[in-house]
Ligand binder design. Structure first.
Ligand SMILES: Cc1cc2nc3c(=O)[nH]c(=O)nc-3n(C[C@H](O)[C@H](O)[C@H](O)COP(=O)(O)O)c2cc1C
Length: 181
């Protein structure tokens, strides 16, 4: 437990790979990181907030307007983060981050965060190859976001191709390299 002074904001997007966020959350907690999970509304369709609350040991945040955060959840949650990681990063979140849209908690947290941001995209190959998604990828790299994946392999749409999210161990390695240099 040597990392308990470091806080990871684990934002979960609404893609099928959201189930892997539970594995990452558990591994980070076991390594001593203080983990705070934020979920989009769509992410709730793929994984239960109670799972991530239990694994992180803290309540999950998902609402922009939440009376337990008088300053605003985006202000208070972003302030404590040493790193924000988005697992999975959907095409929708990439578009919002690339254009400054802040219409829910996760996109507003991205704008508010002053810490490094690590994105783990996951989507079908057709989505990943779309010119708009590639433009957003380039824009986010220019904006200073760090990326892990996507990789080529089996996709849940039952095709092989690029768009598969990196495995939790690879994402954790990227987190540790960003936090510990
Ligand atoms: C079964 C299913 C699987 C999906 N998988 C993905 C995915 O892997 N990647 C993605 O970008 N969008 C995926 N979507 C679409 C997103 O859920 C949708 O764009 C949603 O608006 C994303 O919301 P969020 O970015 O706020 O989480 C999927 C939708 C469904 C119904």
């Amino acid at each position: 437990m040597t990392n308990d002074h470091q806080s990871v904001l684990l934002a979960v997007g609404g893609g099928i790979a959201a189930y892997k966020s539970a594995i990452l959350c558990s591994q980070l907690a076991q390594c001593g990181y203080r983990v705070r999970v934020a979920m989009t509304a769509s992410a709730n369709q793929f994984i239960g907030a109670d799972t991530l609350a239990a694994l992180s040991g803290r309540p999950v945040v998902s609402r922009l307007f939440d009376s337990s955060f008088p300053l605003g959840a985006h202000i208070e949650v972003a302030a404590e983060a040493d790193l924000m990681v988005v697992v999975p990063t959907t095409a929708n979140l990439m578009a919002k981050f690339a254009t400054g849209v802040a219409d829910d908690l996760v996109s507003t947290l991205y704008l508010q965060a002053s810490c490094p941001v690590l994105l783990a995209p996951a989507m079908s190959a057709a989505m990943w190859e779309k010119p708009s998604v590639q433009r957003n990828h380039q824009q986010l790299q220019q904006d200073g976001c760090h990326f892990v994946g996507p990789e080529s392999g089996w996709l849940s749409c039952r095709l092989e191709g690029e768009g598969r999210m990196s495995e939790p161990a690879a994402i954790q390695e990227a987190i540790e390299s960003l936090l510990n240099g």
